[in-house]
Design a binder for this molecule. Structure first.
Ligand code: GUN
Ligand code: ZN
Length: 438
């Protein structure tokens, strides 16, 4: 590859968060806004970033500059929890978690035994991520290994950094969706060997949730995690009150829901637990002590009536957290819409979520939750060049609102309140433009 093709130079207004923080109040000091900036990427990584005036001399001869004078360029959004096979069933009416799974989810997931069907939905799904400015996601597939192949193959076409895995389920689900402890182990192992660390792909051991795995299967998950310690663990935790009661009845010897996972060695710095709406005090402590992460999925928690997740507790208890769309219980692929609902959930708890804090959770904080903050989440030199170009004026109402903006933070907040995929003008993956809005 010639250096010209390998190099991208972008000029515009850049906004990111420079460093991870321990408290929400520290985020403001880490906000970096470069009004007229330049980003140079080389072979997918950030090679130079700073003011245009200083940076021009670093642009290699023959490289043309893409200029976005009116837009806002931020790091790509990170979705810490989403199900690709549920794309087609978003907005399934009228039930809460356990009934929703049996009525809508399991029948939908059965179709993914067919590789060509999985390929079709995976291609649609990846395109939808790009369209919404999501450049990295932690993704549930189905029990079928074919579904994992389909997703990673689709992601590879854009060199997208995805984390995904085959679902493990050996009880309380239709037979067609169940594996066994041994099959779960063998199929996951083969997929780890095939995909983990291949290009930008990473693997997650993915027990659906405690009720659908026998103790024998959780032991196999434990064995896999011990054999491949840098692989992720991705599951659901404490989403719905009936679910929690069910787990307690299935695992009476454990101290609570999280203790089931902890008992089988599934907590840790690469473990991500979706929802955590109803954590008990000792569970917060366990999340902190094991450096485990939470995926907060507001549109899903509201849609399924699961409950209100308190962001302020993550700061208080020092637990890593990112935002998740949780398609298809969640109702949008858009992180902007997700942020807007996250804000409203905090309002109902008489808490707040500032625009800069929301930006943090959607980018660098999400990267930290996925243990990828050394690679993703901001414009620091050496990081992978995943970023998005935001048009703040995608509708007449947005334009009017932005004309009355009281400054950058207010502009960003208005974007987060009114925005969606229409605001994503372009998405860059690994330095290359992977999506441009029509
Ligand atoms: N808990 C177990 N499976 C699921 C799922 O597919 N979606 C959600 N939201 N929660 C779950
Ligand atoms: Zn989920």
């Amino acid at each position: 590859m010639s250096s010209v093709i390998a190099t991208t130079a972008i000029r515009g207004r850049f906004l990111d968060i420079q460093n991870t923080v321990a408290q929400a109040r520290d985020i403001h000091d880490q906000v970096r806004y470069v009004e007229d900036g330049l980003l140079i990427t080389q072979y997918g990584k950030i090679h130079w970033f700073g003011p245009w005036e200083e940076g021009q001399v670093h642009i290699p001869a023959g490289v043309s500059v893409q200029h976005y004078p009116d837009q806002l360029i931020i790091p790509g959004f990170i979705d810490t929890h989403i199900h690709f096979p549920q794309t087609e069933m978003v907005g399934a009416y009228g039930t809460q978690l356990l009934e929703w799974l049996n009525t809508y989810t399991f029948p939908t997931e059965m179709q993914f035994a067919d590789k060509s069907y999985a390929d079709k939905i995976a291609a649609f799904f990846v395109q939808e991520l790009l369209k919404n400015g999501t450049t990295t996601a932690l993704v549930f597939c189905t029990v079928h290994p074919e579904s994992v192949d389909a997703l990673f193959e689709a992601a590879e076409q854009h060199q997208m950094r995805l984390i995904a895995g085959k679902v493990l389920m050996d009880r309380h689900a239709p037979e067609e969706l169940c594996d066994t402890p041994e099959r779960a182990y063998q199929e996951s192992k083969a997929l780890i060997e095939k995909w983990h660390g291949k290009g930008r792909n990473l693997y997650a051991i993915t027990p659906r949730f405690a009720p659908t795995s026998t103790p024998a299967q959780l032991e196999k998950a434990q064995q896999l995690k011990a054999e491949y310690p840098d692989v992720y663990l991705h599951t659901h935790l404490s989403e719905n009150k009936n679910e929690i009661a069910w787990v307690k009845s299935l695992f009476p010897e454990q101290q609570g829901y999280l203790d089931v996972y902890h008992h089988y060695g599934l907590t840790g710095s690469r473990s991500v637990f979706a929802h955590c709406v109803h954590l008990e005090e000792q569970e917060w402590d366990c999340m902190h002590q094991t450096d485990s992460a939470i995926a907060f999925c507001p549109t899903s928690n509201l849609f399924l009536g699961s409950g209100l997740f308190p962001i302020h507790q993550t700061w208080q208890k020092q637990v890593k957290m990112g935002l998740g769309t949780d398609i298809g219980a969640g109702t949008s692929f858009s992180q902007l819409r997700t942020i807007s609902e996250a804000y409203k959930v905090q309002q109902l708890l008489e808490q707040n979520l500032s625009a800069y804090e929301a930006l943090y959770h959607a980018t660098l904080g999400g990267a930290k939750a996925l243990d990828l903050d050394d690679k993703l989440g901001n414009f620091n030199v050496g990081k992978e060049a995943d970023f998005i170009v935001l048009d703040l004026n995608a509708t007449a109402l947005q334009t009017l609102r932005q004309q009355h903006s009281k400054g950058l933070e207010d502009s960003l907040f208005a974007l987060m309140t009114l925005g969606d995929e229409r605001n994503i003008q372009a998405t860059y993956i690994y330095g290359q433009c992977a999506y441009v809005r029509d």
